[in-house]
Structures are given as structure tokens and as C-alpha cells.
Design a protein around this ligand. Structure first.
Ligand SMILES: O=c1ccn([C@@H]2O[C@H](COP(=O)(O)O)[C@@H](O)[C@H]2O)c(=O)[nH]1
Length: 287
């Protein structure tokens, strides 16, 4: 039987450290790396990032938008990133944040969760804001192939709370409702469920105060927002509390701005991994 995404991610986090490096080829980063803002520059950037990080980081997260902005040839580069990163031993989370009616979600599921597609990754990000059950085709297709799904819950951007922290008729927040759905989807999964959530490292006190959302969903908690968006590794303790061991902190520009030297890229990623491991050690020992 195919090993689940949750089990593979759990093993990768233990072996390589809990960290997700984003591959976001911003035009400004291409320029800073001495590359042209075109498909050739994109390809050099992506290849360098994968070669530097693919054999050391647990999870690589290409941001689809920065490939799509170069048209079909950019998407072809993205296909190679997915294949090359997996060949190097990293798990790949494709950050594409899809959300639509169920029948269209099946087409997205075919594109991103079925190994027959060249855009299939180990996991994909989705938006549940057309209703959680609209995600069913992606959840089922991913599960059938041992792949994972990350559902947006409390995003890292300052505009998120107006929707996500709104209170529903039953008194839960919208984000809290999504977290409950994800908890149900992961019921009984060991050692880690394959349905994760996105909770920004910038969201401050979600676990310990804020609107009181319960972050123990039985799956991984992707925490973007470290570095360029202002959050630090130390903030993770406040945001996630007892859920810290399930957190996969994520940073893109923070690491990529160390490039193009592959050793500097690797060192930047390793520093974050070391800081997270140190935080986890201190949290578990009370030191
Ligand atoms: O809530 C969210 C969900 C996804 N993202 C994505 O993560 C990276 C962050 O990049 P940085 O350079 O580390 O700021 C980017 O691809 C976002 O689309 C997020 O930031 N927040």
C-alpha cells in the first residue's frame, strides 16, 4: 500500500528538520541573482534553488504564480521543478491555492493530485472558502494516491481575519470551522494526517488566545510568514503553543535572498532549521 503523505512528511521532518523552503522566483530576486526576468532566468533560478535545497530540506514549496506569469514555458519549468525536487529527495508542496465548485475541483484534482499529470506534487494548497465540502474531489483524489492537501485556515496576510475570524451562526469562527473539518478528515491517522492547514506565523496567539481556535487537527500546520512578512521562529511558540511539534515553518524570500550561491542558500535554510529545532527542544524541556 502507498505510504501516506502524512507519514512521509513525518519521516522527512524527523530526518531533515521541520522546515519548508519556498521557491518564489520574484522578478526582484531574479534581478538580484543577476538573471533576466524571462523564462531563461526563471529556469536558472529554479534549477539553482532545487540543486541547493532539494537534498537537505524536508519540504519544497514552489509558488505557482511566479511560474505562471511566464506563460506555458514557465509552467513547463514548474513541471521540471516538481520532478527534480522529488528526485533529490524533497517532498513538494505546490502552492496554487485552488478553490472552486466541486465539479471544477475534480479537474484541479486531476491536475495536481493524480500522478498521471506532470503537475502532480506530493501535496497542494487549496482554499476552502467556497465551503469545505467543495474540496472533496481534491481530498479524495489526493488520498487515493497517497498525496496531501493543505487547507487555508488563518492566512499570514493582514487582510485574512476579516473573513477567517468572522463568527458563524454556531459561534465558531470561519477558520475554526475549517480546522474542525480538517480534524475530522484526519481522524485516526498516525503518525500524522495527510490533510494539513495553513496558519500564518504572523497570526499571533491563535492557539493560546486570539479567537481560541483549536490547532490540534491531527495533520501538519504549515506556517508561512517567517522573514519577509515579519514573523520570527520565536513567534511560533506563541502562535502554536502545544501544537508546535506539528508545525512546518515556511520561508521563501528569507532563504532565497541569500542566493545565488548554493552554499549560502543551503546555509540560510539550515540556520532556520537549527533555530526551529532549538525552539522545539526548549519547548519540550521547558528550558
Ligand atoms: O497564508 C499564507 C499562505 C501562503 N503564503 C505563501 O507563502 C509564501 C511566502 O513567501 P515569503 O517570501 O516567505 O513571504 C508565498 O508564496 C505566499 O504566497 C503566505 O505567505 N501566506
Amino acid at each position: 500500500m502507498t505510504e501516506t503523505f502524512g507519514a512521509r512528511l513525518h519521516a522527512a521532518m524527523a530526518a531533515r528538520g521541520p522546515f519548508c523552503a519556498g521557491i518564489d522566483p520574484h522578478p526582484g530576486l531574479l534581478t538580484a541573482w543577476g538573471l533576466t526576468d524571462d523564462v531563461d532566468g526563471l529556469e536558472r533560478f529554479a534549477r539553482t534553488a532545487v540543486e541547493a535545497l532539494g537534498d537537505t530540506v524536508a519540504l519544497l514549496k514552489p509558488q505557482s504564480a511566479f511560474f505562471e506569469r511566464h506563460g506555458s514555458r514557465g509552467v513547463a519549468v514548474l513541471e521540471n521543478v516538481i520532478a527534480d525536487a522529488r528526485a533529490a529527495g524533497a517532498l513538494v508542496l505546490l502552492d496554487v491555492k485552488r478553490g472552486d465548485i466541486g465539479s471544477t475541483m475534480q479537474a484541479y484534482a486531476d491536475a495536481y493530485c493524480d500522478p498521471a499529470s506532470p503537475l502532480c506534487a506530493d501535496a497542494v494548497t487549496v482554499s476552502p472558502y467556497l465551503g469545505f465540502e467543495s474540496l472533496r474531489p481534491v481530498l479524495d483524489t489526493a488520498a487515493a494516491h497517497g498525496n496531501g492537501v493543505f487547507v487555508l485556515a488563518l492566512t499570514s496576510n493582514p487582510e485574512g481575519p476579516e473573513v477567517q475570524r468572522a463568527t458563524t451562526a454556531d459561534g465558531r469562527t470561519v477558520a475554526g470551522t475549517m480546522l474542525d473539518h480538517v480534524r475530522a478528515a484526519n481522524a485516526g491517522a498516525e503518525p500524522l494526517g495527510s490533510v494539513g492547514v495553513v496558519v500564518g506565523a504572523t497570526t499571533g496567539g491563535a492557539a493560546t488566545g486570539g479567537s481560541g481556535e483549536d490547532l490540534a487537527v491531527g495533520g501538519p500546520l504549515l506556517a508561512p510568514g517567517i522573514g519577509a512578512q515579519g514573523a520570527t521562529v520565536a513567534d511560533l511558540a506563541t502562535v502554536f503553543g502545544a501544537a508546535l511539534p506539528q508545525v512546518v515553518p515556511s520561508a521563501s524570500r528569507e532563504v532565497l535572498s541569500a542566493g545565488p550561491d548554493p552554499r549560502a542558500l543551503r546555509a540560510a535554510a539550515q540556520k532556520t532549521i537549527d533555530d526551529v529545532r532549538d525552539l522545539l527542544f526548549r519547548a519540550s524541556t521547558g528550558a
